[in-house]
Design a protein around this ligand. Sequence first.
Ligand code: 13P
Length: 252
Amino acid sequence: MSARRTLIAGNWKMNGLSADAKALATGLAEKMKAAGDVNFEMLVCPPAIQIPVVATAIAGSGIQLGGQDNHANASGAHTGDTSVAMLKDAGCGYAIVGHSERRTDHGETDAVVKDKAQAAHGAGLVAVICIGETEAERDAGKTLDVNGSQIAGSVPDGSTSANTVIAYEPVWAIGTGRTPTNDEVQEVHAFIRGELAKKVGDAEAAKTRILYGGSMNPGNSKDLLALADVDGGLIGGASLKVDDFWTVAQNA
Ligand code: 13P
């Protein structure tokens, strides 16, 4: 039995209006309260503008709250961005950084992601640092190289198992219904833990949660979550429906 507590995280991305966010959060909070003791932690990461409505809906349920991104700077002239203090103030304990959609849509490099993770740490937030290869990189046999260099470049000094979660999300598996095989997922996760150990040491790496993300759903989550080095999921599409997300969590 792993000492790492399974984290079931929903990344709602840019979906839904406030009524949808409220309904989803309320539905999950009801499930959590009815379930009592559970063997997983649940995290939801709504669009920034909906964090307050979700914070109210999940109060007292044990569900954790996170942002989908944060700026590396504390404050200032950064139109449209959200600071770590703002996330914290709104009730967040986590922030996703370096999602492949941010790396692509906003040109975020490993260096940028590292600075954002460092800012999250400075505010007492847990940084969920995302990495993952593209399909072309996988086809070229570069999967381990790419994930290794993203760990080296995106994980800041001072990272620990308490302030950092890694999410392995193969870009080609996101929103496509395709996933690597279970053996492939386990191979990459074990490799990532080894690369992480080079930065944080063996003991911290052994305690750090590494989530799988990319088309995780009620049907495939039981097998994925049972893999030795998979410590939870970062779930997009299937996190937008109460029953689907709850079923994934039940598979932890
Ligand atoms: P899907 O679960 O929709 O494939 O998204 C995964 C993801 O990108 C979570 O961050």
